[in-house]
Design a protein around this ligand. Structure first.
Ligand code: ZN
Ligand code: ZN
Length: 207
């Protein structure tokens, strides 16, 4: 089984819970992440309610990536400093004002619906969902839980805190509309992870 994220129409920018785009919900002490390579503010891509991934979980996985110089800041790498992921707790209720410089937001906030598909692997799931639903494959926004479907080698990151492999949370497509999509190299996938024990999170993308 694969738990798909599908496009459920536009969302308000500060909608609670899982969505792509809009403005992140964060703890009040949050400082907007800046790229280690170009020093510009990162673009907020998505937040995933961890309760949507696993029953009984709480908090948000929040994903940012540099888009100030696309392709030049090693933003595909989990450790190079061109992206950031956060695992926020129940205090992520604040909506920060994005910095005035750089590329900080996507041009659309998208609501997400979750739908189970009986596919073996995520790579087969959008085609199956299209056959069942009649909706365009492009409206699949990704998957949560289960197994990451890698386009290249398995690059599951290790936690900075405990050095253990991190738990897979979400695989993101670029988006349903190329005008408002994230940039994973043109047809790539983003991958979000967390370490529950340490409260750390990581992100990378492949194509
Ligand atoms: Zn950068
Ligand atoms: Zn850890």
């Amino acid at each position: 089984m694969v738990k798909l994220m599908t496009y459920a129409g536009p969302a308000v920018a500060d909608a609670p819970g899982t969505r792509t785009g809009g403005v992140p919900q964060t703890p009040s002490a949050f400082e907007w992440p800046r790229c280690r390579e170009c020093a510009g503010p990162m673009q907020f891509l998505a937040q995933v309610s961890l309760a949507d991934v696993e029953r009984g979980s709480s908090g948000l996985l929040s994903i940012f990536m540099c888009q100030n110089d696309p392709g030049l800041c090693d933003e595909w790498d989990a450790g190079a400093g061109g992206n950031r992921a956060f695992a926020f707790g129940a205090d992520a209720l604040h909506v920060p004002t994005p910095p005035g410089d750089g590329v900080t937001l996507l041009d659309e906030a998208c609501a997400v619906r979750f739908e189970q598909v009986g596919a073996e692997d995520y790579l087969e799931a959008p085609g199956q969902w299209h056959q069942q639903s009649g909706r365009p494959v492009r409206e699949v926004l990704g998957q949560v839980g289960g197994r990451a479907a890698w386009l290249q080698n398995d690059e599951t990151p290790r936690c900075d805190g405990c050095a253990q492999p991190m738990a897979f949370v979400v695989q993101l497509e670029e988006g349903h509309d190329h005008r408002t999509s994230a940039n994973f190299g043109g047809g790539g996938y983003g991958y979000g992870f967390q370490c529950r024990a340490c409260g750390t999170a990581a992100f990378l993308w492949q194509r």
